[in-house]
Design a protein around this ligand. Structure first.
Ligand SMILES: [Zn+2]
Length: 254
């Protein structure tokens, strides 16, 4: 009798173990901060959608194979999943229009840092896209206006009209992915235009999404990449030249 019970219990344990293994929450545990782990966390929308398991694995694979690690030597930071001018979206689908911004994946509630000093023009919810923070970062080193849209954010940490310092947290990445344009992948879309649409001009001709030059945006990489192709991370107590940008996520020492 006892033996039978023992067999029964081990059978149950084995069964439970296999369930855990096949569930989305218990995939291989990757190294903290590794590309694999970052992709997995950016896709945690799927944790509550076991019915989309096939899609999850496809997107995880796309993410791992696609992201660009821009971390400087000895540091790690959030990788870019869809770069400026990319033909593909964060979900691997072909875009209708080449990408006008940079998409950077991240964890739930991760702080989004101001890429330079500036003034908050707007915090606004947009259909499909979700929450946005728009900041006037003044002029670039080559005298271009830097009207920057931080999209697909979670909670705002700044108010309209507020002055912000480079490296300060302007918003957090969302915990839940609720808006369709986020494409089930947690990421910051950062886009730089030069002509801001005043609120009164909103939704008038040419003013669809905060800026007038929606399809002639500036490439953020031109302002935050260093000669070695790695990003300039924000460092406290460091002086930056006017018009130079720093990456919108923290860089951690390895
Ligand atoms: Zn984007």
């Amino acid at each position: 009798m006892f033996k039978k019970l023992k067999i029964f219990i081990s059978f149950i344990l084995l069964f439970l173990h296999s369930i855990t293994l096949s569930s989305l929450s218990a995939q291989e545990s990757f190294l903290i901060g590794s590309i694999e782990e970052r992709c997995q966390k950016a896709l945690d929308y799927y944790l509550t959608r076991p019915d989309l398991e096939t899609e999850y694995f496809r997107r995880l694979e796309f993410c791992i194979n696609t992201v660009k690690d821009v971390s400087p030597e000895g540091y790690e930071t959030n990788p870019i999943i869809s770069d400026f001018f990319s033909k593909y979206g964060v979900n691997g689908r072909t875009r209708v229009q080449v990408h006008q911004g940079v998409d950077i994946i991240g964890y739930a509630n991760e702080p989004i840092l101001a890429i330079a000093d500036g003034v908050v023009l707007e915090t606004a919810l947009a259909d499909c896209v979700g929450p946005n923070v728009v900041i006037d970062h003044g002029l670039s080193y080559d005298n271009k206006r830097l009207i920057t849209i931080y999209s697909h954010t979670g909670d705002y940490l700044v108010k309209e009209g507020q002055k912000v310092k480079r490296g300060s947290t302007v918003a957090k990445l969302p915990e839940k992915i609720e808006y369709p344009c986020m494409a089930r992948v947690r990421h910051l879309h950062l886009q730089i235009g030069q002509q801001y649409c005043e609120k009164k001009d909103k939704n008038t001709w040419g003013c669809g999404f905060f800026i007038k030059d929606l399809y002639s945006s500036l490439n953020p990489n031109n302002f935050w990449l260093k000669d070695n192709g790695k990003v300039r991370c924000f460092e406290k107590d460091r002086k930056y030249k006017q018009g130079v940008l720093t990456y919108p996520f923290k860089c951690k020492k390895k």
